[in-house]
Ligand binder design. Structure first.
Ligand SMILES: [Fe+2]
Length: 247
């Protein structure tokens, strides 16, 4: 029997309240095309890593998303980004109450015997309360863990995002992360870019958006291209491999 866990991560879908066009792209239709590709793969789980809604947690976006995910053949997990509204997500998707604390959506799950932890950086911080919770979770679990958080927990040499929209308490977050060698792989979004960065023996994988990607070398907001991307993660007992695909 196969012991591997195959995950697809989509990020920064920015679904609008209606059929919004961005640079000639119908954002909703494009997301449907991606789901169609993913539905044909062998998957165990789809992770939607935040900024599901276009700007401010539009309820129409969540209602639409819920409806389209109902026909997706694999289980999925929702995370919050800075353009999301956890209260509306909870109501529309009927999220478990236990996964939400003080308006933040953070939780831990086991799939095929493997531990995944999801944090909420929607406030541009991973607040102390969540870091304490994370420490407790990790203290109970010595096996490798995959960690998912919308904001990369470091600056990544992506000029515009590093200067304008980075996580605000990077140093504090590493005071916790550095205590736990079982976290070797951290999966993020938010930056609208494909990149892998190493810090203190951990790999941070930034997953591109399903809408557009930002030019990493420009201090201004410049779109590099509008090819929609997502990440595949294959995790077995003796290896983890991950790569990005584009439509
Ligand atoms: Fe974001």
């Amino acid at each position: 029997m196969s012991d591997d866990l195959i995950i697809a991560q989509v990020s920064d879908m920015h679904i609008g309240a209606s059929d919004v066009f961005f640079k000639g792209i119908n954002v909703r239709q494009q997301f449907l095309k991606i789901l169609k590709v993913l539905a044909k793969k062998r998957l165990d789980l789809l992770i939607l890593s935040g900024d599901l809604a276009a700007l401010e947690g539009e309820p129409e976006a969540y209602t639409w998303l819920k409806q389209v995910l109902e026909t997706f053949p694999y289980p999925y997990i929702l995370m919050a980004g800075n353009h999301d509204h956890v209260g509306r997500m909870q109501m529309i998707f009927d999220l478990p109450e236990n996964d939400i604390s003080q308006g933040m959506l953070y939780f831990s799950r086991k799939f095929s015997g493997k531990r995944l932890i999801f944090l909420d950086s929607a406030s541009y911080r991973i607040p102390k309360r969540q870091l304490e919770w994370l420490s407790n979770e990790l203290a109970m679990c010595e096996e490798p863990v995959l960690l998912f958080v919308h904001h990369p927990p470091l600056l990544c040499e992506c000029q515009f995002m590093d200067e304008r929209h980075p996580l605000q308490n990077i140093e504090e977050v590493w005071q916790t992360l550095d205590q736990f060698p079982q976290v070797e792989h951290i999966f993020c979004g938010h930056y609208h870019a494909e990149k892998t960065v190493m810090k203190n023996e951990k790999s941070i994988y930034i997953t591109p958006s399903t809408v557009f990607q930002i030019d990493m070398d420009s201090p201004q907001f410049v779109i590099e291209h509008t090819k929609p991307g997502w990440r595949m993660i294959e995790w077995a007992d003796n290896y983890m491999q991950t790569y990005v695909e584009y439509l």
